[in-house]
Design a protein around this ligand. Structure first.
Ligand SMILES: CC(C)(COP(=O)(O)OP(=O)(O)OC[C@H]1O[C@@H](n2cnc3c(N)ncnc32)[C@H](O)[C@@H]1OP(=O)(O)O)[C@@H](O)C(=O)NCCC(=O)NCCS
Length: 156
């Protein structure tokens, strides 16, 4: 991925990032989750306005390939990784790794002592590969559906 650029979020990215969130969850989610769980994770119709507000609150680091936004990751001020999403067509090509490398650098510059994440079944092996360890299992309920994830932590 030589043409992959990692850069800060811009307001005009909001729509494309919202599309990546919904499309990735709906296109690959069934590998690990039921249709009902996928619908609860990313409820339709797409909530563009809500996502615009969320992204403005915690502006992500964005990956762009050939001028197209293809992934994003977000670090909150408390050191929590809130969203990690790669375009469904571009999984396992190193995009989230590039994003994570920037995030960890930023966290170190800000003297954060540790990073946490609530990792999905997709994200758990990814974060394990980045040196995170599972702290506990979480059961969240969204729209009546139980969604399992794992609180993971890495000391910096
Ligand atoms: C998790 C996610 C962001 C990873 O993005 P990605 O761009 O595909 O990740 P990378 O290509 O950088 O993967 C780097 C390494 O992580 C590990 N990894 C990533 N996905 C994996 C998987 N499905 N199974 C096993 N290991 C995986 C591997 O070690 C991989 O290195 P390798 O490909 O050389 O073996 C992506 O799968 C995704 O968008 N998932 C759906 C949304 C989601 O669950 N987001 C997280 C919410 S907490």
């Amino acid at each position: 991925m030589t043409k992959l650029v990692v850069r800060p979020y811009r307001t005009e990215d909001a729509r494309a990032l919202t599309d990546i969130f919904y499309d990735t969850v709906h296109r690959i989610g069934l590998v690990h989750y039921t249709q009902a769980q996928v619908n609860a994770w990313a409820p339709q119709p797409k909530e563009y306005e809500r996502w615009q507000q969320r992204l403005a609150q915690w502006p992500p680091i964005v990956a762009e390939f050939d001028g197209r936004v293809v992934g994003f990751i977000t670090l909150t001020p408390s050191g929590h990784i809130e969203w990690t999403y790669t375009h469904a067509d571009l999984q396992r090509q190193g995009i989230a790794s590039r994003l994570y490398r920037h995030l960890e650098q930023e966290a170190r510059q800000q003297r954060m002592g540790r990073l946490t994440v609530d990792a999905s079944r997709f994200a758990r092996p990814f974060f394990e590969a980045k040196g995170f360890a599972v702290v506990r299992e979480n059961q969240t309920v969204r729209q009546g559906e139980k969604l399992q994830n794992w609180r993971m932590e890495k000391r910096l």
